[in-house]
Design a protein around this ligand. Structure first.
Ligand SMILES: Nc1ncnc2c1ncn2[C@@H]1O[C@H](COP(=O)(O)OP(=O)(O)OP(=O)(O)O)[C@@H](O)[C@H]1O
Length: 280
């Protein structure tokens, strides 16, 4: 076996964006750093329209898995398909095409500090080099509106914004190219409970309105419970539990007990029951 081996087999050479194949399909994935095995024969499928949360203890490879979906890292072995295409076999043109279909909201480095709110959101549109300026102008204001920001905020600098507003701008930028797939890395980290709740509500409504597929990594149980349609739990180098919250809670595993059913987990579950007694 070579150091890095994709086992995908041939694809069609075209992205499949109609939901007829999983948005993300990971099969037989191995990740190794030197002698350390992070993922061992890991499988995960994410269907169109899901909000899939990936949870697990520190070092279980959540971030690495997302980086592999983004084509930023290659697995040692196995297959990662996004919109049906093998992410490690596509050429740079196809990768660029793929990038236009996904948006990312990362915990750090969310905004360019030297650019205004408007310029930050416009930046992915400008990079396409095909959109006329008047269209970019209207599209930026539309995205700002989507995340609850008025045009009066357009010329503000990131340093003038609250943490919650920074997240909103970053979300507007992630949505700039109307992606079908949105990656969220700790989307509510650093927000106080009220802002966090408002942000969760915003993501929920955008998910519903835009029909997005969302892949999220979060340690925040309130966010996790409020948003996830399914949860993938990483432990022992692979996915040990997968499904809606209630199904995952039934899996008898020490991490699940500790993470979901400890004091914090119970409080978050109670809060969820008060809000949505029948939804999960
Ligand atoms: N580029 C790298 N080189 C060597 N080891 C790495 C590299 N990237 C990640 N690792 C190791 O792989 C393991 C998984 O890391 P990863 O950051 O994906 O975990 P995580 O589940 O996201 O953790 P956390 O919840 O703490 O952020 C860790 O042991 C980490 O040290």
């Amino acid at each position: 076996m070579s150091e890095q081996e994709s086992t995908c087999g041939p694809g069609t050479g075209e992205l499949t964006l109609d939901g007829s194949v999983p948005v993300v399909e990971i099969t037989g994935l191995w990740t190794k750093y030197g002698r350390t095995v992070v993922h061992q024969d890991l499988n995960l499928e994410i269907e169109q329209g899901e909000i899939m949360s990936i949870v697990g203890g520190s070092g279980t490879g959540k971030t690495t898995l997302v980086r592999q979906m983004l084509g930023l890292e290659r697995p040692a072995r196995g297959c990662v398909r996004v919109f049906g295409e093998d992410i490690s076999a596509i050429d740079s043109d196809q990768l660029q095409q793929l990038r236009n279909h996904w948006g990312m909201l990362f915990q750090q480095g969310a905004l360019y500090s030297a650019l205004t709110v408007f310029e930050n959101i416009a930046q992915p549109m400008r990079e396409l080099q095909v959109l006329p300026e008047d269209l970019i102008h209207d599209a930026v204001l539309l995205k700002m509106n989507m995340v609850g920001m008025g045009p009066d905020q357009a010329n503000k600098m990131p340093s003038d914004l609250s943490g919650g507003m920074v997240k909103r701008v970053a979300l507007a930028r992630a949505l700039a190219l109307e992606p079908k797939l949105l990656f969220l890395d700790e989307p509510t980290a650093g927000l106080d409970p009220d802002l966090s709740e408002a942000f969760v509500t915003l993501i929920k409504s955008l998910h519903r309105e835009l029909g997005l597929t969302v892949v999220m990594v979060t340690h925040d149980l309130d966010t996790l419970f409020a948003l996830s349609t399914r949860i993938a739990v990483l432990a022992e180098k692979h996915v040990i539990a997968l499904g809606p919250l209630r199904d995952v809670l039934k899996v008898d595993h020490p991490f699940i007990k500790e993470f979901f059913l400890g004091d914090r987990g119970r409080r978050a579950l109670e809060a969820l029951d008060e809000k949505t007694p029948t939804e999960h």
